[in-house]
Design a protein around this ligand. Structure first.
Ligand SMILES: Nc1ncnc2c1ncn2[C@@H]1O[C@H](COP(=O)(O)OP(=O)(O)OP(=O)(O)O)[C@@H](O)[C@H]1O
Ligand SMILES: [Mg+2]
Length: 223
């Protein structure tokens, strides 16, 4: 059975899709099989996959990374996930920028949730809505997911970047040791439908996603 990981935050543009794609790539590079699901009606991961299909095959490294070709609805997730999860080491679900019924369904079905947060006071404040959604679900017994905050799009050398961890530590959810910095190569790789491991393997972003992968590999199934 797969370890099912939701990448979730009701705030837009925090790096959910970038994290989903590159964590999937990092796991694939270590020989793990991964199925990546887009549950965001905006379809960012599905668009990434479309760009990917146009790339020369010899530039694409990932052999055990599989994707849903279009966003899945809450109904599709519920009906397909159990069967699908028999065949992969990991299922990663990229969520959209909303705390709606799809997110609730994803959180119900997932073992872990990674909540990327950018080091901006506004974003740190607004992550509370996603944390509250998880807390409510847990109170009702509907959600067993174990959640972690992830510092994402950190601008190196800034005070905000340095203070983010301290601010996030005030929530009662652990903060991952790994951090993902703001790097242009991550943005460029996404446009080409590649992971950072394919686009620029020597870029420090690849090391940051490998560090995230190492933390994730220690996780055990919850649901
Ligand atoms: N670490 C990073 N460094 C540079 N650019 C990044 C980084 N993370 C994300 N981006 C860029 O920021 C934009 C938003 O990122 P992404 O799509 O991953 O966020 P998201 O949380 O999935 O957004 P949405 O809520 O709209 O789904 C994209 O253009 C992406 O390439
Ligand atoms: Mg997205």
């Amino acid at each position: 059975m797969s370890l099912i990981i939701a990448i979730v935050n009701g705030k837009g543009g925090v790096g959910k899709s970038t994290t989903s794609i590159n964590l999937a790539g990092a796991l694939d590079r270590k020989g793990k099989s991964v199925f990546l699901i887009d549950s965001d009606p905006q379809g960012t991961t599905s668009d990434w996959y479309e760009s990917r299909k146009k790339q020369p095959a010899e530039q694409l490294l990932h052999k055990n990374l599989f994707l849903a070709e279009s966003p899945w609805t809450a109904e599709e997730l519920t009906s397909k996930l159990k069967q699908l999860s028999k065949n992969y080491d990991y299922v990663i679900i990229d969520c959209g920028p909303a705390n709606d019924s799809i997110e609730r369904t994803v959180l119900t079905l997932s073992d872990y949730a990674i909540i990327p947060v950018t080091p901006s006071p506004y974003d740190i404040r607004s992550v509370k809505k996603t944390i509250d959604l998880i807390r409510e679900g847990k109170k009702l017994g509907a959600i067993k997911v174990k959640s972690y905050l992830l510092i994402s799009r950190k601008i190196i050398g800034t005070v905000l970047g340095r203070e983010a961890r301290e601010a996030l530590n005030t929530f009662d959810i652990p903060v991952m040791k790994s951090e993902i910095s703001q790097r242009i190569a991550l943005c460029e790789s996404g446009i080409e439908g590649k992971t950072i491991f394919e686009y620029s393997p020597g870029n420090p972003a690849a090391e940051e996603f490998n560090n995230l992968r190492k933390e994730v590999e220690k996780w055990q199934r919850q649901v």
